[in-house]
Design a protein around this ligand. Structure first.
Ligand code: B12
Length: 573
């Protein structure tokens, strides 16, 4: 079936299969590989909205196809697609600066008459630079592009003109940039639907499961997300999804929250088709306690048995856990603490609670049957020194002891890499946060991505933590946390040995790359780096922790096949 709009998701670096790059632990704490094969959830939300408006969309995750089949020929595949009205490519995460532009070039070559639109957070930030590339015809700005995209497709069908499409940036006939008003920023989220039925229908329609997979082992571990908001109330210094970013670059003055009743229903709808874990995106406490209470009251009606995972920006109040325990038979939570140092945390934008507040809250969570409690730490954040990073280990040891060595506590540390987010407070005011930026342009980032290791790829240097110190202390702290998780039974001995070995190997590979970079130039350098390619790939995955450590418990029967079949039939596939 011919699609009106084809979404393409590129790998981070287009020719990652040929290049020799030690991407490092950049993706160790997300389900993706360092190729960042996950496409934006927005593709599914957009697809669903546009389908309800009468347009057909198709999603092709090129990154995953390239990963799954080393001989997959991207160019041949793109050439074989029947031309839609529009191609949409995400440059949402800046690490896709290389792959997305390369893919656009190939699309332009084979479908010269079809316009190519870019969208996502990084596209919105870099729109004026992005539109200068010959392969980019349009950029859609904003965190909510459903309605502007509908209007655009109408225009491409001959109804209306481009200057009427809100949030759109495009080239006129002479190739000059036209910037339409950035006016579509909805205050509510009632227009969207995220129950994944659209994705299932799309898989059937195009007989193409692989292109819809969000990450490489999703089929075995199909975690899905429910969306509580767009925007954020917090101002974490390095976050390109902070309140500061939304205000200044997305024209969003305040977050838009999903109605709490709708959020509870979204979870129920997902649970209808799937038994997999459901992760609620965004801290529901951002919208205030009344919101949380209403959400809980509604959720109580549904008896969802899936593992429901919550993220919190700060430790929640104690009463909350008792309610959660009553409502969800399986629930977990995660908090990104970023630093063990209260002062560093405060300067980062995560102040407002002491370590004893944290311990009290975590104790209550465990008492009320939280099945997993994940704490995340980050290296490279403002004003953090090597000593501060290494203090994470004794801090976590102390934490385990305060929680009677409870193995449900899992801790992770990873570097802020590859990039400091564009549009974050620290990106916009690097010196005030103790940083030097290597580049602040899109082209600069595109070029950084092909450097030989994550140490050289990173777009920033902290005055407080030099690149070598950052690399060393990240691996060192990860080793320490790994040993603690083993000591308290949070990971088994085999996993701990495996992680330890990988970290040691990763450090050796990093040292070897540094030697090569120092000693050799151009062709010889590439030759030497190529000889390390296998090790680079092997030790860029599951180093600071084993990927499986991130997974919530999930049942073997992940899908409710009969329910899915009934849904597909009732909506005519
Ligand atoms: C949930 C989330 C994730 C989830 C992934 C969810 C997913 N598949 O989309 C996880 C945890 C896996 C994740 C991982 C990463 N994330 Co993240 N993530 C978020 C978070 C918290 C919310 C995003 C969200 O809910 N979006 C809502 C959905 C429905 O909308 P959407 O996908 O954004 O799409 C809409 C628009 O963006 C736009 N759009 C997007 N793409 C396109 C394409 C086209 C053609 C068009 C027209 C429109 C369009 O239209 C869509 C619909 O309206 C944001 C922070 C925030 N406050 O927003 C960070 C954020 C987006 N992530 C960020 C980063 C850096 C990452 C990682 C690179 C981190 C890392 N090193 O591992 C990885 C990349 C993973 C990958 N691609 O493989 C940064 C991005 C900064 C930047 N400009 O580069 C953000 C802003 C903040 C942060 N630091 O976490 N992330």
């Amino acid at each position: 079936m011919k699609a009106d709009l084809i979404f393409l998701h590129a790998p981070s670096v287009y020719d990652f299969r040929q290049r020799s790059i030690m991407f490092g632990p950049v993706s160790d704490l997300v389900p993706s590989t360092p190729v960042f094969e996950m496409y934006p959830i927005g593709f599914s939300v957009l697809g669903d909205y546009l389908e309800r408006s009468g347009f057909k969309t198709r999603t092709v995750n090129l990154a995953i196809r390239m990963l799954k089949d080393l001989s997959f020929d991207v160019e041949k595949f793109i050439a074989s697609l029947s031309s839609p009205l529009l191609f949409g490519i995400d440059l949402h995460w800046l690490p896709h600066a290389h792959g997305s532009l390369e893919v656009a070039e190939i699309v332009k070559k084979h479908h010269p008459k079809v316009p190519i639109i870019f969208g996502g957070f990084s596209s919105s930030y870099f729109y004026s630079e992005l539109i200068q590339y010959p392969q980019v015809d349009m950029v859609m700005r904003g965190d909510s592009t459903e309605e502007p995209m509908r209007i655009l497709l109408e225009v491409l069908k001959g109804r209306g003109s481009l200057n009427e499409v809100p949030n759109l940036v495009y080239k006129d006939k002479e190739g000059n940039m036209v910037v339409n008003q950035f006016t579509y920023v909805p205050k509510e989220l009632d227009h969207i639907n995220l129950d994944y039925s659209f994705v299932m229908r799309s898989v059937m329609r195009y007989r193409d499961l692989i292109s819809h997979l969000p990450f490489i082992n999703w089929w075995e571990y199909p975690i899905v997300a429910a969306l509580s908001c767009r925007g954020c109330t917090k101002n974490c210094a390095t976050c390109g999804g902070s309140s500061y970013f939304f205000r200044n670059f997305m024209n969003r003055k305040e977050p838009a929250f999903r109605e709490p009743r709708e959020l509870a229903r979204d979870i129920r709808k997902i649970a209808n088709y799937m038994r997999s874990p459901i992760f609620i995106l965004g801290d529901i406490f951002q919208a205030g306690e009344d919101y949380v209470l209403e959400f809980l009251s509604e959720a109580e009606k549904f008896k969802v048995k899936n593992q429901v995972a919550f993220e919190f920006f700060t430790p929640p109040p104690l009463w909350f856990y008792e309610r959660l325990d009553r409502i969800f038979p399986h629930w977990s939570m995660e908090i990104s603490l970023e630093s063990a140092d209260k002062e560093v945390r405060k300067k980062f934008g995560k102040g407002g609670f002491s370590n004893s507040d944290l311990i009290e809250s975590l104790k209550a969570a465990l008492l009320h049957n939280c099945e997993r409690l994940d704490l995340y730490f980050m290296t490279g954040i403002p004003f953090q020194t090597k000593e501060s990073v290494l203090r994470t280990v004794p801090f976590v040891d102390e934490l385990y002891r305060s929680l009677n060595g409870d193995h449900r506590l899992l801790v992770f540390i990873s570097p802020m890499a590859p990039f400091l987010d564009p549009g974050s407070l620290a990106f916009e005011n690097p010196e005030s946060y103790g940083y030097r930026l290597k580049t602040n342009t899109l082209e600069g980032h595109r070029q950084l991505l092909t450097q030989p290791s994550w140490k050289y790829i990173m777009n920033y240097e902290s005055f407080y933590l030099k690149p070598d110190e950052l690399v060393d202390s990240t691996y060192e702290a990860a080793l320490g946390l790994n040993a603690l998780k083993e000591k308290y039974g949070a990971v088994d001995e085999a996993t701990a040995r495996h992680v330890e070995k990988r970290i040691k190997k990763a450090r050796e590979v990093m040292e070897r790359i540094d030697e090569i970079v120092e000693k050799f130039e151009a062709e010889e350098r590439n030759k030497q780096l190529a000889s390390l390619k296998r090790d680079m790939e092997r030790y860029s995955m599951s180093t600071v922790c084993e990927k499986r450590e991130l997974q919530w418990k999930h049942p073997l029967q992940r899908f409710k096949v009969l329910k899915i079949a009934a849904m597909l039939i009732s909506r005519h596939g």
